[in-house]
Design a binder for this molecule. Sequence first.
Ligand code: PRP
Length: 208
Amino acid sequence: MDELTIAMPKGRIFEEAYELLVGAGYDLPKELDDSRKLIVEAPNEKFRFILAKPMDVPTYVEHGVADIGIAGKDVLLEHDRDVHELLDLGISACYIATAGLPDTEMDEVTPRIATKYPAVASHYYRSKGEQVEIIELNGSIELAPLIGLSDRIVDIVSTGRTLKDNGLVEYEKIADITSRLIANPVSYRLKQQRITELVDKLREQVGR
Ligand code: PRP
């Protein structure tokens, strides 16, 4: 049986992804969750897990150092990677939206948009025929309109709490987001049986 290397996103998505795999019947080590180790073996299943930053999961998969991975659709929209999207896992549901201070118009000359999704934001405003300046940040995007760095943000909304607690409001929804199972195209061909078996078990689990 071929060993499968799986890139897992650390952080928010991790727990739901882990539960999904356990629910699908896989025998996974507890330390996947509990330790700071970045590579964890699951010998009973011949799985090797790489624990990566969510934004980096498709990079590992595209380069073939992970056969498959679990990545948010937000990351897949932002970086056009050469990976197969095999299954919508339906977990970590949220959406990308524009937001800003309430009752404010965007600057008429060059509205400034702060985001950690520059490609998604550019594409969105271009599709509306609006010219904007994109300001790329790595986190705490909600700060930008509060301190006058931007007119709007393009960011993930999950519970809406961060916007609310900072006195911001949502303007337009851009895209619904869930996590996806992705595969390296060569691994998919060479380890098709193992990967298909995993997809079938997960599909049953997520009811799709
Ligand atoms: C994300 C996102 C928002 C927040 C939305 O940030 O960028 O800030 O979560 O969640 P909510 O609607 O439930 O409040 P994350 O916590 O991943 O950290 P970051 O600010 O470092 O990007």
